[in-house]
Ligand binder design. Sequence first.
Ligand code: GAF
Length: 376
Amino acid sequence: MIFPEKFIPELVIESPGRINLIGEHTDYNLGYVLPTAIEKKITFKFKKNNSKTECNLYSLGYNTGFTLSLDKIAKSNVEWENYILGVLNEILLRTDKLRGFDCTIESKLPMGSGLSSSAALECGLAYGLNELFDLGLSKMDIVLLSQKAEHTYVGTQCGIMDQFASVMSEKGHVILLDCQSLEHQQIPIQIDPYKMIMLNTKVSHNLASSEYNTRKKECEEGVAILQGHYPEVTSLRNANNEMLEVCKNEMGATIYKRCSFIINENERVLTTAKALKDNDLKLFGELLYEAHDGISKSYEVSCPESDFLVDFSKQYDAVLGARQTGGGFGGCTLNIVHQDKVDDFVEAATKAYKAAFNIELDAFEVKPSAGTYIQN
Ligand code: GAF
């Protein structure tokens, strides 16, 4: 049992959420993404408890904790516990050095808001235990085992982007990640006099996990059809629009739309990375709007609330571009807003959103930040 007010940690870990500038649902299609960690994070406090197997965890947000035994790891009926259990299970498959520990978890990352609180939870735990028990895991091991934990214990067949961004990000940079080779470039990002403003719809439609896995299957079906004509196509990453046209009739409308979105989204990531290097912010903004259009109409992972906010932003010259970020069905929109107009824009969006949905909008600025780190 943990009494959080009396808890004296040996180690404190900060584990950030992420935004993705562009490249949605491309990661599990082995394409490109452009994410970065943000300043909003989960704080983990750890200490060893001298037991061989007993672990005590406490969530300050939920105001509740649980105890588990390392020799009896199994799935729980409580959702957040499965992120923890999944990570412990993956660590135990890789090393026998893990021992009993106590840990408190405090999140400043809104859950279900498309900012990847899941990856922050998984990676922060793995990173902290690696330090505490000197497990010898590399950062890449932490990324991969955290992704695996989400597949096996949580049940979302996610790609690699969120865990990669949470651990590998560098302050002031976005990561251009090739999700096939895992090669990546840290691209310095400078968008003055514009700012990245997140508008949190505060909705998280519970379709997210099941529809996510459905989209993944639809893309796999598309690849299977493409392969019939082009055996070299092993993922949508290797396909192009010409190939897609050849297979259009065989695919049917839905699979065609999904594949078309992914092929074009991969292109958009590469064009955006170049636009940022060239400081072409106008093009950057246009690509965001184009991406949202695809997210909404072709990939169909948006929702009325996100569409409303993106459409609303188009009335403002001070906004270069906007789109829903993350897995979909709600969460946050990313808006590129001129620094002199941020307050006006947020005030107007808040009013309009309240009138349309009776929900109080939450708005905040994000800056590209460092990945998981030890707090001194
Ligand atoms: C979620 C997943 F976890 C990521 O892997 C990614 O697919 C994203 O949705 C959509 O781009 O955050």
